[in-house]
Design a protein around this ligand. Structure first.
Ligand SMILES: [Fe+2]
Length: 334
């Protein structure tokens, strides 16, 4: 049987372009985002913007040839200054570019910045955002309760749907991760929002935890693990009742579809200060390493359109039904 490639187009929703602190004021980056080349930059006053990388006048890649000057993206090849909304705001006097270039607009992606990340809205048919992302507790300057933030970034050789499906694939936790099976929970679904709450057995000494972070005198414990998704791009995770003092763990999973074979996951994690020096790192490191077990599987996986499941309408099929709302029909351009 030949390998079946993932059959859907780029999904619609808010996706992560970059960590906020990785595009500083005046900085410009050339980024692959949902199969498109984009110019992601931050103006000198601090506004983050994402434009299509190709200049509508010359076709030049302004993510590579441009530079941020004050509040604009300037292309020295054409002498055009592009505003954050993609309109042409100025053309150099000595440039050969005609004045009519002022009518050209480059597509600008709607952008929001929160939870430590820059997010851009992707819609296959260029429709406007129809939902908002939430400000997640602990990732917007509220530092009093929380310890250090740990960042991780993973380049994954598959699409976001396959990665997210992993969370509803109960059977793989003991087999792939050597971790206790998570009890199946009913997802609470409300449009683009999806939430699961699971009483989860955790082991701070499991194989995913690096030797230096293991906590030998702490046995297995149960925590309430809440996972909330806003579309396919943003997931917030929260664990409570962590030993020894009832501490908490929080995490943002900010995802970016690069193209139909590659994705980038950016994770930020932190625990409450009361357990930071106890088993905080065992939890963070164990989760950060756990995904490494999945990666070789994703590298080589074929898409199965109609998986045979023990329960005919099991969580994978329910999950696929929820995800289906994020795909537009591919426009027929033939
Ligand atoms: Fe997994």
């Amino acid at each position: 049987m030949p390998k079946q490639e993932f059959p859907f187009p780029m999904p619609n929703g808010w996706f992560c372009v970059s960590r906020s602190d990785e595009i500083k004021a005046g900085e410009l980056k050339n980024i692959k985002f949902c199969e498109n080349d984009v110019a992601a930059f931050r103006t000198e006053s601090g506004i983050a913007a994402v434009l299509d990388a190709y200049c509508g006048y010359s076709g030049i890649n302004i993510a590579l040839c441009g530079e941020v000057i004050e509040e604009a993206l300037y292309c020295s090849k054409t002498g055009i200054k592009w505003s954050t909304d993609g309109s042409c705001i100025d053309i150099d006097d000595d440039s050969l570019t005609p004045e009519s270039a002022k009518d050209i607009k480059i597509f600008n992606y709607p952008v929001v910045e929160m939870n430590g990340f820059i997010w851009a809205w992707h819609h296959l048919l260029k429709e406007k955002p129809y939902f908002e992302l939430p400000m997640l507790d602990g990732f917007n300057g509220d530092n009093e309760k929380w310890g250090k933030v740990y960042h991780y970034e993973y380049k994954i050789n598959t699409v976001l749907q396959e990665i997210a499906e992993n969370d509803v694939d109960q059977a793989h936790f003991p087999k792939v991760h050597g971790s206790p099976s998570l009890p199946e929970t009913e997802a609470i679904v409300d449009g683009i929002y999806r939430k699961t709450i699971a009483e989860t057995l955790m082991d701070p000494n499991n194989d995913s935890v690096s030797e230096e972070f293991k906590v030998e005198d702490q046995g297995m414990f149960t925590t309430t693990f809440t996972r909330e998704s806003w579309g396919l791009g943003c997931v917030g995770l929260h664990m409570v009742n962590l030993p020894p003092s009832g501490g908490e763990f929080i995490m943002v999973n900010a995802s970016c579809p690069v193209d139909n074979k590659n994705s980038i996951l950016r994770w930020s994690m932190r625990v409450s200060k009361d357990i930071e020096d106890e088993l905080g790192m065992a939890i963070i490191d164990g989760i950060a390493n756990g995904v490494l077990d999945d990666m070789p599987i994703w590298d080589n996986k074929s898409y199965v359109a109609n998986p045979i499941l023990c329960d005919g309408d099991g969580p994978i099929n329910k999950f696929r039904k929820w995800v289906s709302q994020f795909y537009s029909e591919v426009p027929d351009t033939a």
